[in-house]
Design a protein around this ligand. Structure first.
Ligand code: AMP
Length: 281
């Protein structure tokens, strides 16, 4: 395992790779769990070299409290990654190293992908995500970069950004890894009490039933049903439920043949904000 703390160290690591070595990049914010590790395993199976970046990017947090409370566990992360492969490179720079010219966020034309759901509820979040991922892609120059469907909207935004900036990289989406009770794995789950972690399995159970209902009912009926289920739940507060076209992320008007749809939710469990989604057809 090689730990790279600066852009200079990253550059010298890259200069030692062979010309035809394919490089896989897995961008993360650390506090790693099996969801992240599934991306790393996929990257290892496709590429000769794999870089895992660990960087808690301040420009994508609209809520300072969320940024301060975000778990930072670099030593444990390194240990976990070492168990998977001794061949990995970890790029874990400081904020000052990345934003040497000041913390600035670029503005992208995401064609509305950034205006719904997470974009609506988290101001400028996706410009922050686009800025850091573009920077990481330019620094590490990977053949492929790996992102989880857990953050499905982010995955679509990154594909769009790569197209806009004409970056020579293939973006690979990876399925959501869940806890045994169905809760989507997330670094934020660490902040849940044990009983809340159990309660939160309700999110995926509700999405699974919504999927079944979507087979026979209209989207507004399914949305209404989900809202009612959460209204009756004491400790989980639904922020949004949206059913959208998977490509454009525009909210569904009426079901169309040959269009793929997904349902997306954001839910507060105490003060911890959780997101999840499910393919509907
Ligand atoms: P994060 O550290 O939360 O920024 O996540 C880093 C990457 O891991 C993102 O591409 C996420 O979508 C992905 N990821 C996080 N949780 C999961 C999960 N439960 N299953 C699959 N991918 C995940």
């Amino acid at each position: 395992m090689i730990l790279l703390r600066t852009k200079k160290e990253l550059e010298s690591f890259l200069s030692l790779t062979k010309n035809n070595d394919e490089i896989g990049l897995v961008p993360t914010m650390g506090a790693l769990h099996e969801g992240h590790l599934s991306l790393v395993s996929k990257a290892l199976s496709h590429n000769q070299k794999v870089i895992v970046s660990i960087f808690v990017n301040p420009t994508q947090f609209n809520n300072q409290d969320d940024l301060i409370k975000y778990p930072k566990t670099l030593e444990a992360d390194i240990e976990l990654l070492t168990q998977i492969s001794s061949e990995l490179a970890i790029f874990s720079p400081t904020v000052e190293e990345i934003y040497a010219d000041g913390v600035k966020t670029k503005s992208y034309q995401f064609d509305g992908l950034d205006k719904v759901m997470e974009g609506e509820f988290r101001d400028d979040h996706f410009n922050g995500v686009g800025t850091i991922v573009e920077m990481l892609l330019r620094l590490t120059k990977p053949t492929r970069a790996y992102f989880g469907e857990k953050d499905f909207q982010q995955l679509q935004i990154i594909k769009k950004m790569v197209k806009l900036q004409q970056l020579p990289v293939t973006i690979i989406g990876c399925p959501i890894v869940r806890e045994p009770n169905g809760l989507a794995m997330s670094s934020r789950n660490e902040r849940l009490t044990k009983s809340m972690r159990n309660e939160a399995s309700f999110i995926y159970k509700t999405l699974q039933t919504a999927k079944l209902k979507f087979g026979t009912k209209s989207a507004p009926k399914v949305i209404e049903w989900v809202q009612e289920k959460f209204d009756k739940h004491d400790s989980l507060k639904l922020e949004y439920i949206e059913i959208t076209d998977v490509e454009t992320l525009t909210p569904i008007q009426r079901k169309q043949k040959n269009v793929k749809y997904r349902a997306f939710v954001a839910v507060y469990a105490d003060d911890v904000r959780l997101i999840d989604n499910i393919a509907l057809n």
